[in-house]
Design a binder for this molecule. Structure first.
Ligand code: E4P
Length: 217
């Protein structure tokens, strides 16, 4: 499973990237707002830092304007993935921009039928939003499973990018189902390393080591 980090905070991306944990980055207008940075400047910095795909989202709602914005974002760096919303206009823009050879992340996916049509329009990645479905008492993981089944049935190459991840269990469940990629905030990725029995075991080892009176260095 590829790990994308869902943030526009350079320091957080750099910390995870140094550990080899970053296969790509996703941003959106809300994350750009949170960073307080200019979209073109911060996206360029992220692209320079990370080898993998960096999603930058258009904000136009009409296909021609989305295409123009997508082309401008793609000029930032070779590893830009143009992020387009799952609307009819977004699909039109997906078809054109993917035809030009750009990577496309179709975002705000909430149904398997939306994922099917995005694959047919040439999406490189489809982003089903797990957490936002859970928020309205639907099961986001059922959607990941349905998309996996449909894409496998017909051999679609569009990669399933599990998004809106809120917990380590979301990552585990998406990995079990076979999502190709997950994108999560840095704090959720760091929580993957945590276990209370690790902390308890380490505490015991440290206490016993102190009693030996020994040093390694
Ligand atoms: C994905 O590309 C989105 O930026 C992100 O996962 C949305 O997550 P949220 O629902 O927690 O805002």
């Amino acid at each position: 499973m590829k790990f994308f980090v869902d943030t526009a905070e350079i320091d957080a991306i750099a910390e995870l990237n140094d550990l080899g944990m970053v296969d790509g980055v996703t941003t959106n207008p809300s994350l750009i707002l949170k960073s307080g940075r200019n979209i073109l400047e911060v996206t360029k910095e992220i692209c320079d830092l990370v080898d993998g795909p960096v999603s930058a989202e258009v904000v136009a709602l009409e296909a021609d304007a989305m295409i123009a914005e997508g082309r401008k974002l793609a000029e930032i760096a070779d590893n830009i993935t143009i992020k387009l919303p799952l609307t009819w206009d977004g699909l039109k823009a997906c078809k054109v921009l993917s035809g030009e050879g750009h990577m496309i992340n179709v975002t705000l996916c909430f149904s398997a039928n939306q994922a099917l049509i995005a694959a047919k329009a040439g999406a490189t990645f489809i982003s089903p939003f797990i957490g936002r479905l859970d928020d309205i008492n639907l099961d986001g993981m059922d959607l990941i499973q349905d998309i996996r089944t449909i894409y496998d049935n017909y051999g679609f190459e569009t990669q399933i990018l599990a998004a809106s991840i809120r917990s380590v269990n979301h990552i585990l469940d998406a990995a079990r189902i076979g999502a190709d990629v997950m994108t999560a905030p840095p704090e959720v990725i760091k929580k993957l390393a945590a276990h209370p029995l690790t902390d308890k075991g380490l505490e015991q080892f440290m206490a016993d080591w102190k009693k030996t009176g020994q040093n390694i260095l």
